[in-house]
Design a protein around this ligand. Structure first.
Ligand SMILES: O=C(O)CCC(=O)C(=O)O
Ligand SMILES: [Fe+2]
Length: 397
């Protein structure tokens, strides 16, 4: 199985794995990292004689069930000098005088595409300590009087647009590959995959370029408050800053060491822990958003995460949100319902996953049928509601 664990393994974690008794209530014995999954069998199937796909898909499925987050090793797909260069360009932009950055402010377009100042983004009623530029899939016949329907605003920096446009193409390609790999993990049939594919093949993607100055030490705020992503898949490239991005794990028994010393705010649920999702070489951090939660009828959950950057450097991250098509109707997939009901289908792989699915589906009725928990939604309408509320995208908790 291509489920690896990163070098941040606490060596003390090993005895737990091998069932050697450990002291009760000692959090340091838990694993301290999200799984690392190699996408290689999907990226270069010929080199692998078509092998390894099932295990990759199983690893993706397990990671989505357990964490909603994972590292994706894409070192053979991306030359990491490329995002390094994107980060350099982003720093060049954020270092410009405020009035120059404001030339591409959100208000100059449709209110959703462009630059936002530090503190303009609000999460959970509080200003976030970051600045950003937002880009969306271009639309035919732009009209900046309509939210989302304006034009992207590019900084006037040589090479900026060209390089980022290349990155967007790469991320769209990656999105389709990961969607296919995940659909195998869920037991989606070939015909069902064609249907799912047609809902994401013209992704209404979003890309954010985010700049984070360090949080003032006396400040109780967040660089980016706790939120769930609302879309399909987030591919996050982050610079080499550690201890900034944190992921909330509600089942600490299966994972991780408690992060001692983290701010105690935003306690969401007893028993969970915040862990750091530090950058890992050759990997993007990937998480599933609310659309996958709907497609899987709640089997996969969109996981809370936040950024607390108390370091001394200026951090840059570039999340790419691979989203459904604007017109896509998103509703629970038959494969997810089958999995929740534990009905074996022609895919033998499903047998191995049935038990796991059962333990997760508290919504199975006594007659063995599951409740369909989500009404169908048109992605574009859903997105418009998110951005029209108050033009703040991340306050939905
Ligand atoms: O900057 C990061 O590491 C995460 C950003 C994020 O979660 C988002 O923009 O949705
Ligand atoms: Fe996010």
């Amino acid at each position: 199985m291509t489920l690896l664990f990163n070098a941040a393994w606490n060596s003390k974690a090993l005895p737990t794995m091998w069932h050697i008794p450990r002291p009760a209530n000692d959090d340091s014995y838990r694993l301290s990292a999200l799984p690392i999954i190699s996408l290689e069998p999907y990226l270069h199937p010929k080199q692998h004689n078509g092998k390894g796909r099932i295990s990759t898909s199983a690893a993706l499925h397990a990671a989505c069930l357990d964490y909603g987050f994972f590292y994706l090793d894409v070192s053979t797909f991306i030359d990491f000098d490329e995002p390094g260069e994107l980060t350099r360009l982003a720093r060049e932009f954020f270092a410009l005088p405020q009035e120059v950055k404001d030339k591409i402010a959100l208000s100059k377009q449709d209110g959703t595409r462009g630059y936002q100042r530090i503190g303009e983004n609000i999460t959970n009623g509080k200003s976030d300590n970051h600045e950003a530029i937002d880009f969306y899939r271009p639309v035919e016949q732009p009209d900046r009087s309509k939210p989302l329907w304006g034009e992207n605003q590019w900084p006037d920096i040589p090479g900026f647009r060209e390089r980022y446009e290349k990155w967007i193409e790469k991320m769209k390609e990656l999105g389709m590959i990961v969607m296919e790999a995940m659909s195998v993990g869920l037991g989606v049939t070939t015909e069902e995959w064609e249907d799912l594919k047609s809902k994401v093949d013209d992704s209404f993607w979003v890309m954010r370029i985010i700049g984070y100055p360090p949080l003032p030490s006396e400040d109780g705020g967040f660089s980016c408050g706790a939120h769930k992503d609302y879309g399909c898949l987030t591919f996050l490239y982050q610079d080499d800053t550690k201890d900034a991005l944190q992921v909330y794990l509600s089942r600490p028994g299966t994972v991780v060491r408690t992060n001692i010393g983290l701010p105690a705010e935003e306690i969401v649920e007893e028993g969970g822990v915040w862990i750091s999702a530090d950058p890992v070489e050759g990997c993007l951090v990937v998480n599933v958003g609310e659309m996958w939660e709907r497609w899987t009828n709640g089997l996969y959950t969109s996981t809370l995460h936040r950024v607390v950057h108390r370091g001394t450097n200026y951090r840059v991250s570039i999340p790419f949100f691979f989203e459904p098509n604007f017109t896509a109707l998103v509703q629970p997939l038959p494969a997810a319902i089958r999995m929740q009901e534990g009905i074996a289908c022609s895919n033998p792989f499903l047998h191995h996953l049935k038990r796991q699915a059962h333990s997760d589906s508290e919504n199975v009725c006594e007659d063995g049928k599951v409740k369909v928990k989500y009404e169908p939604v048109r992605y574009g309408e859903f997105l418009l509601k998110k951005v029209e509320g108050n033009f703040v995208r991340y306050d939905e908790l």
